[in-house]
Design a protein around this ligand. Structure first.
Ligand code: COA
Length: 159
């Protein structure tokens, strides 16, 4: 398989997350993040009417993404791929899907924060047309003290 967008033969499906999925989603979350979300945060996200999506590959949940929306704008709150499945373009597929959902919901832009040290995610966002617009000092907890967040945005063309 070449680098870049996943283009394999495996059945690839996007499914809306439901409360019953949180157990499996949280396994991926805990493996992928140093500071994973709790079950309660996922429950709140579902209850708040956010766009909460899972990516399934050959019937295995490999990742998830969550987008909040309000006042015609959106915010990517979480995007995560199980480490076993990273580097194969699934993160990019999830990102494209969630940006599409922002468009379907008539949002004019997608904001996100990313850890200053998270180069893989940063490069992915850049490839997908996000640009850096600011920095939030000491935004994330870290093992070596707090870490800055970079704020990125992608403007969407409204139909
Ligand atoms: C960020 C994250 C979602 C990206 O997911 P992913 O599935 O690894 O993303 P992709 O495969 O689309 O792209 C990642 C890298 O793999 C490369 N890649 C993509 N397809 C590839 C393939 N078929 N073969 C080899 N490499 C490939 C990409 O070029 C990219 O390389 P780079 O790091 O040099 O830029 C994932 O790393 C993750 O879950 N990280 C932990 C949670 C996190 O940090 N989330 C973001 C918070 S802001």
């Amino acid at each position: 398989m070449g680098r870049g967008m996943y283009s394999g033969e495996l059945a690839l499906k996007f499914l809306p997350m439901q409360a019953a999925d949180i157990d499996v989603v949280i396994k991926n979350e805990r493996r992928a993040y140093s500071h994973p979300w709790t079950e309660g945060i996922f429950r709140d996200c579902l209850a708040s009417g956010n766009e909460c999506w899972m990516l399934k590959v050959a019937d295995r949940v490999v990742g998830h993404a969550i987008l909040s929306m309000g006042a015609g704008e959106s915010h990517l709150l979480n995007i995560c791929v199980n480490p076993e499945f990273q580097g194969q373009g699934f993160g990019e597929r999830l990102l494209v899907h969630i940006v599409e959902r922002a468009g379907v919901n008539h949002c004019s832009c997608v904001f996100l924060e990313v850890r200053a040290s998270n180069l893989t995610a940063y490069k992915l966002y850049e490839r997908q047309g996000f640009t850096e617009i600011g920095i939030r000092k000491n935004y994330y907890p870290g093992h070596m003290g707090a870490e800055d967040a970079l704020v990125l945005v992608k403007e969407l063309i409204l139909e």
